[in-house]
Design a protein. Sequence first.
Length: 322
Amino acid sequence: MIITSPYDAFRHSHRSVEPEIPNPSTEYPTIIDTDGSSLYEKQFYRLRTAIIERNDTLTLKKYLQNAPWAVKRGHALGMYYDPFIVAARHGSLNALKMLLDHYSAFIKPVGRTDLDGRCCRVLNTAAHSGHLEIVKLLLDHPFLQADIHHNYNGYTPIMVTADACYCKDNLEKKEAVINFLLDRGARASDAEYMWGYYLDPITGEGTQKQMPILTALNFAAEWAGADLVRRLIESGADPRAKLMEDKEFTVRTDVTIISTASRCANVEALKVLLDCARTVGDVADAVSYRDGWGSMPLHWACQVSMDEDPREVIAEVMEKRV
């Protein structure tokens, strides 16, 4: 039986497969595979990425010995190929530990470090991907400045975890991360705001005011079960918040959490939200409230598959809840 290397695609030098070198000043390290053959780095550091994705610390150690600078922030390549981001995205715990140890030894930061501005993004990436052990490592690491409350591009760690967009196959893992973040003091009320035009329904006067556009609870209402939705509310999330959604060609205002749960056919979340409305005596108002498009929650429940940009839960989960 012939055992092939997972790095067969890197056995040829980039100079032999690339007619032109995109950046002549870029360093492309070479390492030795387990069978003694040479492995050559390629454009965008695909070999380094493949090693980290596999959580292959043996090969990563060789790579870092030949290219100790590989943990530096690479501005030209963007952040997608950044080694710390790759490890966080794929849940490569051992590889991330090795990268952090190497960064400490090579960069020699004084005191706590934010990994040259990357730490919060690494934390958000791990949280969004549902990698609990990575999140724990980043928050507990002795030399990292990982802030559980930091808002990066509109998202705190708990908000980005609750967002299931592009990451719907690990909902149970995301729920575990949210519960852990709440245990560690994350704010369930975290939200992102923007200024919007508001017309007073009584006076008819228009004014500018800040409106929430993203909240942890609104994200969770798309997919989370009753226990998590209830815990977010008990931890401070506002179930009566009204959001503004910036669609591609228009803006939808006065979007309720109940409307979001209805659009995503999340019956478990709806039951909790209606119970909350019942405690303050406004169930009828809650289910009949119209958003800026004139739609009530029932309208959205009937149009689950017709939404221009739906974020409904995966089909298997939805079938169980409808």
